[in-house]
Design a protein around this ligand. Structure first.
Ligand code: COA
Length: 178
């Protein structure tokens, strides 16, 4: 896949992205709210990139590479992950590129791609309210495409896709189980 936004290219991950992705997830500020919060080894980062390449081949969706147009630098990832009964939308960026609106720009374009090209009707964004930066990204998307649900016991808020083209939530659920 390939999408172009005002300041970014968003494209399929390749094994060439492993070195810069590994740097991103070796930073505790990035992994603080991911999994158990620990940083990722180079081997784990490589496995993650490879599993996303495989996911795109097998399922037609994955987390994608986000490239800063002006410098040509790989700055993070944003995209989809197939869960048991919904499609997760997630992101993680190099802190050098935080605070510039790139995550929201990428996530908005990827969400559009998911709805209009992949025709997904079961997209969910899950964010811990303590993850303030990520929460803000989700809320900004929420004004257009997603509606926030109540937070659960762990303080995770799920933003669910507002079904496009009169498709109902029931349609989305039945599709997710097909
Ligand atoms: C979550 C994450 C991607 C958010 O990154 P971010 O840079 O804060 O988010 P955005 O790209 O939307 O940038 C928003 C900020 O850029 C500022 N900004 C500067 N120039 C801008 C521009 N041209 N357009 C839009 N916003 C701009 C905004 O004002 C906003 O700042 P504010 O939050 O202080 O108001 C990043 O913090 C991250 O990688 N975290 C670690 C991984 C993680 O937790 N992932 C999510 C798991 S659920």
């Amino acid at each position: 896949m390939k999408i172009e936004t005002q300041r970014l290219f968003i494209r399929s991950l390749t094994t060439g992205d492993v070195p810069l992705y590994a740097v991103i997830v070796s930073d505790p500020d990035v992994t603080r709210f991911l999994g158990d919060g620990s940083t990722h080894s180079r081997k784990k980062a490589e496995g993650y990139v490879k599993s996303n390449i495989e996911s795109e081949k097998a399922l037609g969706l994955a987390r994608y590479a986000v490239v800063h147009k002006a410098s040509g630098t790989f700055i993070g990832i944003c995209g989809f992950k197939k869960m048991e009964n919904y499609t997760d939308l997630g992101w993680r960026f190099n802190p050098r590129f935080w605070g510039k609106g790139y995550a929201t720009e990428a996530a908005s374009a990827v969400l559009n791609y998911g709805i209009n090209v992949l025709e997904l009707t079961d997209i969910v964004v899950s964010v811990a309210t303590a993850n303030i930066r990520s929460f803000k990204v989700a809320k900004k998307l929420g004004s257009k495409f997603l509606e926030p649900q109540k937070s659960d016991m762990q303080g995770i808020v799920k933003f669910s896709q507002v079904a496009p083209n009169n498709k109902t939530k029931k349609d989305a659920a039945s599709r997710a189980y097909c």
